[in-house]
Design a protein around this ligand. Structure first.
Ligand SMILES: NC(=O)C1=CN([C@@H]2O[C@H](COP(=O)(O)OP(=O)(O)OC[C@H]3O[C@@H](n4cnc5c(N)ncnc54)[C@H](O)[C@@H]3O)[C@@H](O)[C@H]2O)C=CC1
Ligand SMILES: O=C(O)CCC(=O)C(=O)O
Length: 410
């Protein structure tokens, strides 16, 4: 809200629209029972917050993590509204999840939790209402269970018309070729735009990545293709470092065989978690959780760029320090928007009964992100402000326009 208020002040956002956007449209909180493998019943807490749908159906991921609660879902839903608007997608913002540590459950239990959660959300989600997608600890398999559960509540004749209730599905279930890599690809598309703007050659540059899941791995993969060198990675299990470079494919294979974690990787040294952000490198890609770069560590950062793969990795006080030290920040609502852009093409593909080739998908994503990067930089320049505020203003201008044109508030 501090980020929103700052941008709203600078652009002089209409007072009425400001009031609408300062609160969420609806907040759904469900408590649902699931039978565990040993016959016990557990009751889980799930959330879906729908912030604003003036531009289209609510859109945004579902997170399975112990930190999920109504406040986390609120912040993440609001960011989705700005993100969809900035990129020019016909969506509003929503987000949610279940407050669990998925590591503690078997595959069968996770399937039942997902299906029961979907059933509990009922008609609050739908292809033209609110369209979930993957986020932390959720994946294509979980999206397939959501699609299947939602569709199974429909009559047989309309079942197949409902698969796009969710995006990020496996390709065999209506998923998009390339949605797996869309967010990481978009992060690197934004870094390329930054490098072009600054006249910087990315080959040989050193970068570090926090989080080696979907976003962190694919961003590293595309950075490696450009000849940049991954020198450190941090995830929930610790931090590893290798000055000579970490092979992204080799680490990915290790993670795939190690419950999703980097611990025990033999081609890098272990190091202290709290030294990670102060490492000597050119670019930092936070791709894990929020509030990682704060006033406690921003003054130690040596990198020239923070490319926000995660949502909300830099807090307001941390960002002030970064900007005062001349460190660039590509804000989350721009930098990680490749994911929701890929989701948009999956949704379109399902609506039109089409099947896009991966090259077409990646080209469409980079075009959208390049335009959004330019829009952000130009808006920031026009208002003489930083890139995050520029991105917010560009997003808010589009929402303001739609409210003004219609003259009614939905
Ligand atoms: N998956 C997507 O398409 C999109 C994801 N995002 C954001 O990117 C971030 C990462 O999401 P995914 O890669 O999808 O999740 P994921 O579940 O695939 O990976 C999460 C990674 O974060 C690490 N992690 C968790 N807690 C940590 C901690 N305390 N310290 C360091 N690392 C930690 C995990 O070990 C894992 O490597 C999240 O902030 C998410 O909201 C943003 C846009 C789209
Ligand atoms: O793919 C989507 O619809 C949303 C992805 C997401 O949750 C995000 O961009 O933070």
């Amino acid at each position: 809200m501090r980020q929103f208020n700052h941008a709203a002040d600078i652009m002089r956002l209409d007072k009425g629209i400001r009031k609408i956007l300062a609160s969420t449209n609806s907040e759904i909180s469900v408590h649902f029972p699931v039978k565990m493998d040993d016959g016990r019943i557990e009751v889980f807490n799930g959330y879906r917050v729908q912030h604003n749908n003036s531009l289209g159906p609510y859109k945004g991921g579902l997170r399975f993590h112990p930190t999920v609660d109504i406040n986390a879902a609120r912040a993440l839903a609001i960011w989705m509204t700005w993100k969809s608007s900035l990129v020019g997608l016909p969506y509003g913002g929503g987000k949610g999840g279940v407050s669990i540590d998925p590591k503690l459950y078997s595959i069968g239990e996770l399937e039942r939790i997902t299906r029961r959660f979907t059933y509990s959300l009922g008609e609050n989600i739908g292809p033209d209402v609110d369209i979930p997608a993957p986020d932390v600890n959720t994946n294509p398999q979980i999206m397939a269970w959501i699609a299947d559960t939602f569709a199974s509540t429909k009559s047989p004749s309309t079942r197949m018309l409902n698969l796009h209730v969710v995006t990020g599905k496996p390709v065999g279930s209506g998923g998009l070729n390339g949605r797996d890599r869309a967010t990481g690809y978009g992060v690197v598309a934004s870094i390329k735009s930054w490098a072009k703007l600054k006249g910087i050659e990315l080959a040989g540059k050193k970068y570090i990545v926090q989080g080696f899941g979907n976003v962190g791995f694919w961003a590293s993969h595309f950075m490696e293709e450009l000849g940049a060198k991954l020198v450190a990675v941090q995830d929930a299990s610790g931090t590893i470092f290798n000055e000579e470079g970490i092979d992204t494919e080799k680490l990915h294979n290790h993670v795939g065989n190690n419950s999703g974690l980097i611990s025990g990787y033999d081609d890098a040294d272990k190091m202290d978690n709290d030294k990670f952000f102060s490492l000597d490198c050119d670019i930092i890609i936070p791709a894990a959780l929020g509030n990682q770069i704060t006033e406690a560590n921003a003054h130690l950062i040596k990198a020239k760029l923070i490319a926000e793969g995660a949502n909300g990795p830099t807090d307001v006080d941390g960002e002030k320090i970064l900007l005062s030290r001349g460190i660039d920040v590509i804000p989350d609502i721009l930098c990680n928007a490749g994911g929701v852009t890929g989701s948009y093409y999956e949704w379109l593909q399902n609506k039109r009964s089409e099947n896009y080739h991966i090259d077409t998908v990646l080209k469409m994503i980079s075009e959208k992100l390049n335009e959004a990067f330019e829009r952000t930089v130009n808006t920031a320049k026009k208002y003489d402000t930083d890139w995050r505020t520029g991105a917010y203003i560009a997003a808010l201008e589009r929402i303001q326009q739609t409210y003004m044109e219609r003259g009614v508030f939905p």
